[in-house]
Design a protein around this ligand. Structure first.
Ligand code: ATP
Ligand code: MG
Length: 572
């Protein structure tokens, strides 16, 4: 590529909302432009890097027997009604109507479409396994699109869906995909960890996320300092169990007037008691059933653990009207004692350890003192529904949990028969009996992976691309464009490198040397080959390795083989 022709523009300024290095650098290097919130144009430098990343993904998936398909982004509501998700997939699902008034959505993921496609072809066990993938744009109307390609609304995903005869075979496929993902992220030069993960909106009962370790990561990962245990905080377990109360220490209930104090902080301040003395009582609607959820006042309810515990499709806070119907009071004064309506109670282990706690009295502006688990109320289920934190003990060994920040670049799910059952995706087994296909699904955020690579590989001057996904592997920089020999050497080298199959850019612009160097550092070409009039007199050129900043002079005749060797080493 001749840079004089390249469609891009490097910039000094960054938009105010670009808070993390990958967003700032992609913007400054002229790789992306924002079209609307969370919706981007990908310019040639970004497209080239994505092409390389996608090629690596295709190669590794095809090695595992996956086949590529392409499915529509616009999906009819009927399929989502069949799976049940039309009802509970929240506002992230962008719904639309066609001119005839039919309901559609923009695909945030493709379980429904692929299951429908497969059930139309699937007849016999002899056809399985199938593992189908695509690389395509997804749309999720994210509440807070941010960090550029990290959390967009329209984003490119590789998604794959596997169909096997039974659970055992499906778990073999899961392992293959886990290995393929490991190979893909290794080839991209990323430092990552595969961690235990919650299954969220997708469902199923086993899942791993591939997390790239980076300061700017939105996810919190906990890992054991002694064993291999690592999990997303949504899922992370720690040693916790139900406590036993000393009956002689329990005081009598007492209702107190707490005017204007609604939140735990406000009441704690008013009563001069610490937050861990409170019983946080929150009413959720879980798959349409109101449920009272209890936890110690200084802890947060882990909605993901709650969802898993209940085997639920959706978990949402109850609205004020529902709260009033159940408690007889406005939101903020709920508690497990004296509810107007009976409802299911789920408690975190922590409430069974707290003595003489304070909670809402189910009456506006009133709280109840000395509430004790076992004496005053019991839960229908008591379990671990809080977040683990650094310093907690590992659930598997004697070790302690440590915190890291991560960027989720991929996730693999064992789905079981969730979708095949709902959508009747079946085959006939050896005995001619109808059986449900067992499924898995597997996603990689392609744009997010590119951004994560930049998060891990950059410095103050710009991007430092891992060679495997660099838009160009090498840039040739003729410095004095008014010197015929410099220009000609640049042209010759450019041609030789291209002929040798190297992805090379030639900075043929009539610009100052300093300007070209700055651009080259910003765009992050792994190698820069500098053609200066002075070194050319000795028949030598300067080569700069972007990653280390190392510079060396090499005879003109050795440049191509040096570049070839460098690329080969970096990619292996
Ligand atoms: P997150 O928890 O970050 O919202 P998710 O778990 O909902 O992501 P999946 O359904 O697992 O996402 O999708 C597969 C992959 O797609 C993710 O691992 C991630 O790399 C990518 N991805 C998901 N949402 C976005 C987004 N809004 N922008 C860019 N990439 C995304
Ligand atoms: Mg995920």
């Amino acid at each position: 590529m001749r840079i004089s022709q390249l469609f891009y523009q490097t910039l000094k300024e960054v938009p105010r909302d670009a808070q993390i290095p990958s967003h700032q650098l992609m913007f400054r290097a002229g790789m992306i432009q924002q079209l609307a919130s969370g919706i981007y144009n990908y310019l040639p430098l970004a497209r080239k890097s994505l092409n390389k990343l996608e090629a690596i993904i295709r190669e590794e998936l095809e090695k595992k027997g996956c086949q590529e398909v392409l499915l529509p982004m616009v999906q009819p509501s009927e399929l989502w009604e069949e799976s049940g998700r039309w009802g509970y997939y929240g506002p992230e699902l962008l719904r639309l109507k066609d001119r005839k008034g039919n309901d559609f959505c923009l695909g945030p993921t493709h379980e429904e479409v692929v299951t429908d496609m497969v059930r139309r072809n699937l007849k016999s066990y002899k056809q399985l396994p199938w593992n189908l993938f695509q690389v395509q744009s997804k749309f999720r109307d994210e509440v807070r699109p941010r960090f550029g390609l990290m959390r967009g609304r329209e984003f490119i995903m590789k998604d794959a869906y596997s169909f096997d005869v039974d659970e055992e075979a499906s778990k073999v496929t899961y392992k293959k995909m886990y290995d393929a993902y490991t190979a893909i992220f290794n080839r991209c030069g990323l430092e990552f960890r595969a961690v235990d993960a919650a299954t969220g909106n997708i469902g199923g009962d086993m899942s791993h996320e591939f997390q790239v370790l980076a300061k700017s990561g939105e996810d919190l990962i906990l890992s054991c300092d002694k064993c291999d245990y690592a999990a997303n905080v949504e899922k992370a377990l720690t040693k916790r169990s139900e406590g036993k109360m000393d009956a002689s220490a329990l005081s009598a209930n007492e209702k107190v007037h707490t005017p204007g104090s609604r939140t735990i902080e406000e009441v704690a301040e008013f009563l001069k008691l610490p937050a861990n003395n409170f019983l946080k009582s929150i009413i959720y609607v879980i798959d349409e059933e109101p449920v009272l959820v209890l936890i110690q006042g200084d802890l947060e309810i882990n909605e993901s653990k709650l969802q898993t515990l209940m085997g639920a499709n959706s978990v949402a806070l109850a609205d004020d009207k529902t709260v009033r119907d159940i408690t007889g009071a406005s939101t903020g004064f709920a508690g497990p004692v004296g509810l107007k309506k009976k409802l299911r109670i789920i408690a975190d282990y922590s409430v069974s350890h707290g003595l003489n706690m304070v909670c809402g009295a189910n009456e506006d502006d009133h709280h109840l003192l000395n509430v004790n688990y076992g004496r005053d109320y019991i839960a229908d289920q008591i379990s671990d529904i809080s977040f683990a934190a650094a310093g907690d003990s590992c659930s598997l060994c004697e070790g302690t949990l440590e915190e890291h920040r991560g960027i989720e670049v991929g996730q693999v799910f064992f789905l079981g028969t969730k979708y095949s059952e709902a959508m009747k995706c079946t085959y006939l087994d050896k005995d001619g009996k109808e059986q449900l296909a067992v499924m898995g699904c597997y996603g990689i955020g392609v744009g997010r992976t590119m951004a994560a690579a930049i998060e891990q590989h950059h410095d103050d001057d710009g991007i430092i691309w891992p060679v495997a996904i660099a838009p160009y592997e090498v840039v040739v920089l003729p410095l004095q464009m008014n010197k015929e020999e410099v220009v000609q050497t640049g042209e010759d080298l450019y041609k030789k490198l291209k002929d040798a199959g190297i992805d090379v850019a030639l900075d043929d612009r009539e610009e100052r040397a300093g300007f070209k160097f700055k651009d080259a550092d910003l765009i992050g070409y792994p190698l820069q080959i500098v053609i200066g009039a002075r070194s050319l007199e000795n028949g030598e050129l300067e080569v700069k390795i972007r990653k280390t900043g190392e510079k060396k002079n090499l005879p003109l005749g050795e440049i191509v083989s040096f570049v070839q060797e460098f690329i080969q080493n970096e990619k292996s």
